[in-house]
Design a protein around this ligand. Structure first.
Ligand code: PLP
Length: 456
């Protein structure tokens, strides 16, 4: 993962150089705010990718969002395909979410005691998701994963975790590890501050590699507590897996008394209400959620069978707690958002809209013989500057191709289109993207591709 983290967050030099086919947008106010921010935060940001290290220019400071539109501090307007990295499946400032949040806030913001809203959100999820029976709310995806790992270890009384190179699971110590050079390796820490002893408990193998997984179970017989995977790996490009591979993981876990964790922080409620588990119809032992579940406020969750969840404190011996867990305002946002997602036809419409959009872009690129492929699932998509038909593993991505993304990102911003500032990040489409927005975005993408491939 370290390589991926490095690739995501620290590409060389982000000064605008070279010509663009359109004048650069003004970033004067954003630049001023960034200068100030640098005196306040490490690197000027509160999360590394926001620093625009992998693309041109100063980060844009966002002032306002509405529907699928964003406005920055310089009053530039954009159609947004980042959607706060996934949570905003209904778009920015959705009426129903906003009104519910305002209504609940009238009664106070936090009590550190149970509220009916927690029950309401949990019921909404559990009644409509056959893959988990009980759930626990936390405040971020990282926290959900960290807790799921502890639960798996507590449940199996084993220590080792197997993860895949190219999957990101938040910044919990034992998962900030990258693969070494062998088929099956102990993780090497991918961040300073992670003790080697922690990384030694994490085995890292390549995605889509049954042989490596089988060997890991031979090498570490009866030691692996859990396999954790993003069933839709969407943090290092979009490394779509075959159902057959996920099914294989299910089986090898069952045979070895190992728990299978699906990290659905991105895919949960995104590619369907039941996420990737529902899409592939594979039942993992534990599922983690984040992003969409909180309607844009900080919420994460993990769920499993009632039996596995009974290990969690105060019922069981695995300790996990949180001052703001189940926060009423965040629950309210989640309830409002998930209620919308349960409307008949919601996912069909969203996914069809995405398919139409990505198919048109692919058709344009293919007709011009561009080395460019759009990978997509549900309402997630990824632009890869490649001619490979499939990319299943992190090491199949050509790092050199990111230069093209960098150029494209700048062209897109100059045409009012906002993408996450790294070629390793996926794009999201929300219910708020209208036909007109998508037509406008398509034209901008076509023009930008022409500039990138003309080598101007
Ligand atoms: N797991 C996955 C699959 C993620 O994509 C992320 C964040 O992008 C996380 C975990 C961590 O979530 P958070 O950033 O809310 O801590």
């Amino acid at each position: 993962m370290f390589e991926a983290i490095k690739k995501k967050f620290s590409a060389e030099g982000n000064e605008p150089t070279g010509s663009t086919s359109k004048p650069d947008i003004s970033r004067e106010k954003s630049a001023e705010l960034f200068e100030k921010a640098k005196t306040l935060f490490p690197g000027g940001v509160n999360s590394p990718v926001r620093a625009f290290k992998s693309v041109y220019g100063t980060p844009l400071f966002i002032k306002k969002g509405d529907g699928c539109h964003l406005w920055d501090a310089d009053d530039n307007e954009f159609i947004d395909f980042c959607c706060s990295w996934g949570p905003l499946i209904l778009g920015h400032n959705n009426n129903k979410v906003r009104e519910k949040v305002i209504e609940i806030m009238q009664n106070g913001m936090s009590f550190g005691a149970p509220t009916a809203l927690e029950n309401e959100l949990a019921e909404l999820i559990l009644k409509n998701n056959k893959y988990i029976e009980k759930i626990r709310f936390v405040s971020s995806g990282t926290e959900a994963v960290m807790s799921a790992i502890r639960l798996a270890r507590g449940n199996t009384k084993r220590d080792k975790i197997l993860k895949f190179e190219g999957c990101y699971h938040g910044h919990t110590d034992s998962l900030l590890v990258k693969a070494g050079s062998g088929l099956v390796t102990f993780g090497e820490t991918s961040s300073a501050g992670v003790p080697k002893a922690f990384a030694d408990e994490t085995i890292v193998v390549a995605l889509n590699d049954k042989e490596a997984v089988t060997k890991a179970f031979e090498d570490f017989k009866d030691q692996i507590a859990a396999i954790i995977i993003e069933p839709v790996p969407a943090n290092n490009g979009l490394l779509l897996q075959e159902k057959d591979f996920l099914q294989f993981l299910r089986e090898i876990c069952t045979q070895n008394g190992t728990l299978l964790i699906f990290d659905e922080v991105i895919s949960g409620f995104r590619i369907g209400f039941e996420g990737a588990a529902g899409h592939y119809q594979i039942k993992p032992d534990i599922i983690t959620y984040g992003k969409i579940i909180g309607g844009g406020l900080p919420v994460g969750a993990y769920g499993a069978s009632a039996q596995i969840m009974s290990n969690i404190s105060p019922e069981g011996a695995v300790y996990q707690a949180g001052t703001l867990s189940g926060n009423p305002v965040a629950m309210a946002a989640g309830i409002a958002q998930l209620t919308e997602l349960l409307r008949i036809g919601f996912y069909k419409d969203l996914n069809n809209k995405t398919e139409e959009f990505t198919t048109a872009i692919q058709r344009f690129a293919t007709a011009r013989n561009y080395k460019f492929k759009v990978f997509t699932i549900g309402s997630i998509f990824w632009f890869a500057f490649t001619d490979q038909e499939t990319i299943h593993r992190a090491d199949e991505i050509d790092a050199g191709s990111m230069e093209k993304f960098k150029k494209m990102h700048r062209e897109l911003l100059n045409r009012g289109i906002y993408f996450g500032p790294s070629g390793y990040e996926v794009g999201f489409i929300s219910a708020a993207h209208t036909k007109i927005d998508l037509e406008k975005a398509k034209r901008a993408i076509f023009e930008s591709l022409e500039v990138v491939f003309s080598g101007k």
